[in-house]
Every structure is written in structure tokens, then in C-alpha cells.
Write a protein that binds this ligand. Structure first.
Ligand SMILES: Nc1ncnc2c1ncn2[C@@H]1O[C@H](COP(=O)(O)OP(=O)(O)OP(=O)(O)O)[C@@H](O)[C@H]1O
Ligand SMILES: [Mg+2]
Length: 309
């Protein structure tokens, strides 16, 4: 549905994005994740034909963003970073105006606006002046406007920015409900948000795609696992033994109720459990507990966006 290939955008000499490539299949929700200034908005503006790329190509619903930009725009609902609403209009007037811009006829307008007011839970506010709405409510109005005309592809640039936790949950719920039916790219620099809604992820860092794939794939490939060990005995000695087990990246020693507690990081694709059990016994320790957890996506994100290389 969306294919991005080698997009590069330079502002003067400064490359805002470089060689950005990713794909979004029909019905997928792609979380476009990256720290501030990493190139999310730049990429989205190019995809929605608001700005040309310096080089590279992209296709949306089979249409080339350079050659068929009118068709691309027709198929995309774009919600920019700062939703441009008209503060003097009432919500229903604004939606009606946007619907006319999209070329919807009178009866179609009525029908769609009624549906979207309901879907985005803005019914109680549809006659309120936009300038008086809370930020979260404005965001919902912006989303409703984006959905007018039923575009199959949605590009939402940080739809949750500036919202309180309840509003964030609501808007994410709305977006999640649209997945499957629409193909969605939404950007954020907050990982837990993305985790709640997206099924696929593209992580961008300093203008380059650092990682793409399904949430599952990414956690598995880049993640590794964590093992927690509780044992009786000489903690220091146990830790030294544990660190020698193949696949162990790091072991941090703590204590609880006089027991040694180790948090062990294990490299991706290795199962170190048997080696760990032997190591604890070999160091004269009495193993009381060994439990495994997956590395969270948060660990992966921090590793990718915070470290060099
Ligand atoms: N018009 C412009 N002229 C020059 N540099 C720009 C321009 N717009 C963006 N940049 C730079 O390009 C880089 C990417 O910006 P972009 O807005 O795409 O990042 P972003 O990931 O959307 O960030 P944020 O999370 O803050 O919204 C930044 O370093 C930014 O300073
Ligand atoms: Mg941005």
C-alpha cells in the first residue's frame, strides 16, 4: 500500500533524511518512531506530497508521489503535526468546510459528518467554537476531518502530542480501531504509545531508518532476553561464574533477604538457562529461582536511539 524507497531530503547541505525505505502493507498500522528532529515530519510531508524529496521514490496505493501527486493526495488523509483548525468556526461548520474541500456532495457530507462525530466522540461539542475546545478535543476534530471522504491511507503526525494520559488513550483507541480497515502511518517519539497501537514499527534515527519490522520481529531480533536468578551462596562468586556462560552479556548482582539476586542479560537467539543453572551450582550456590523475561521494546528503542553505530 505504501512503498518508500531511498528517500533523501536535504535542506541546503543538511540531510534531514537519508535513504529512507520501508513498506506498509494494506491494513497495517505502522508506528514511525524516532526522537525529536530525526526526520519523521519530513518523511511524512514528502509522502503526502507537501514537499518534494531531493531523491528517491515512493508509491501510495500504487501511485507515484511525484508523477501522480493528485491521486496520492486523494487517497491519503493527512493530519499534520499541529492540526490547523479555524478557531472561529464551530466544529460542525469546520467539518462541513473540510468535507466541501474534499468534494463531498451535500447528502454525503451530512452522512459522513454524522458518522465521524459519533465515531470520534465529539457529539457533545459539534456546535462549540473550535477556539474554546481543549487540546484533546481539537485533536479529535482534526482526526475526524482527516477521515472525511474515507481515504484508505492515513498519515498522522504525532497525533497525541500535548494530550493528557486520558486523551492519549482515547485517541490511540480511535486509531487502533481504524487499523485493518485503513492503512496507517503514525509518528511518535513515545514508545509505549506506539506499542499500544502499531503492529509494525519503523525506527528512524538522525534521518536514517535504524530498524523496521513487526513488533514481534524487532523484539526478537534486537532484543535478547533477561534472566533473573535468586540463589543462596557467595553472590560475587556466582556472578563471576554466570558471566562466563556463553550468551551472557552482563550480570548485575544485588541482594534480597540475604540472598544473591542476579539480573542477567542474554544475547538474542541464545538460551542460556541450562548453562546458568550449572554455573550457579558450580560456584557452590543453591539455586532458588530462575525466571526469564523478554527484553522490552523500550530496551531496544533506547539501545538503537541512544548509542552510536
Ligand atoms: N525547513 C527546514 N529547513 C531546515 N532544516 C529543517 C527544516 N525542517 C526540518 N529541518 C531539520 O530537519 C531535521 C528533521 O526534522 P523533522 O521535523 O522531520 O523531525 P521530526 O522527527 O519530525 O522531529 P519532531 O519529533 O521534533 O517533530 C531536523 O534536524 C530539523 O531541524
Ligand atoms: Mg515532527
Amino acid at each position: 500500500m505504501i512503498e518508500v524507497e531511498g528517500l533523501t531530503k536535504r535542506y541546503g547541505d543538511f540531510p534531514a533524511i537519508q535513504d529512507v525505505s520501508f513498506k506498509v502493507e494494506k491494513g497495517q498500522v505502522l508506528g514511525f518512531l524516532g526522537p525529536n528532529g530525526s526526520g519523521k515530519t519530513t518523511t511524512m510531508r514528502i509522502l503526502t506530497c507537501f514537499m518534494p524529496a531531493t531523491s528517491g521514490t515512493a508509491r501510495v496505493c500504487g501511485y507515484d508521489i511525484f508523477e501522480d501527486s493528485m491521486e496520492v493526495r486523494r487517497n491519503i488523509g493527512y493530519m499534520p503535526e499541529n492540526v490547523p483548525l479555524y478557531p472561529n468556526l464551530r466544529v460542525n461548520e469546520y467539518l462541513s468546510y473540510r468535507a466541501r474541500l474534499k468534494g463531498l456532495g451535500r447528502s454525503q457530507r451530512r452522512k459522513e459528518i454524522a458518522e465521524l462525530v459519533d465515531r470520534c466522540s465529539i457529539g457533545d461539542f459539534d456546535r462549540v467554537i473550535i477556539g474554546k475546545l481543549s487540546k484533546g478535543m481539537r485533536q479529535r476534530v482534526g482526526l475526524a476531518a482527516t477521515l472525511l471522504g474515507g481515504p484508505p491511507v492515513l498519515v498522522l503526525d504525532e497525533p497525541t502530542v500535548g494530550l493528557d494520559p486520558n486523551q492519549i488513550r482515547e485517541i490511540l483507541g480511535l486509531i487502533k480501531g481504524l487499523g485493518g480497515e485503513r492503512t496507517i502511518i503514525f509518528s511518535s517519539h513515545i514508545l509505549p504509545e506506539v506499542e499500544m497501537v502499531a503492529d509494525h514499527l519503523a525506527i528512524i534515527r538522525e534521518g536514517r531508518i535504524a530498524l523496521t519490522g513487526s513488533l514481534e520481529q524487532i523484539t526478537r531480533a534486537a532484543g535478547g532476553s533477561k534472566v533473573r536468578i535468586e540463589a543462596r551462596g557467595d553472590g560475587q562468586k556466582i556472578r563471576d561464574a554466570v558471566e562466563k556462560v556463553s550468551g551472557v552479556r552482563k550480570a548485575v548482582l544485588g541482594s534480597r533477604d540475604g540472598l544473591a539476586v542476579l539480573e542477567v542479560e542474554v544475547a538474542a537467539g541464545t538460551d542460556a538457562r541450562e548453562g546458568l543453572v550449572k554455573a550457579v551450582a558450580g560456584a557452590g550456590g543453591g539455586l532458588l529461582e530462575l525466571s526469564c523475561g523478554r527484553t522490552s521494546l523500550a530496551d531496544v528503542f533506547v539501545r538503537i536511539t541512544a548509542t552510536e553505530g
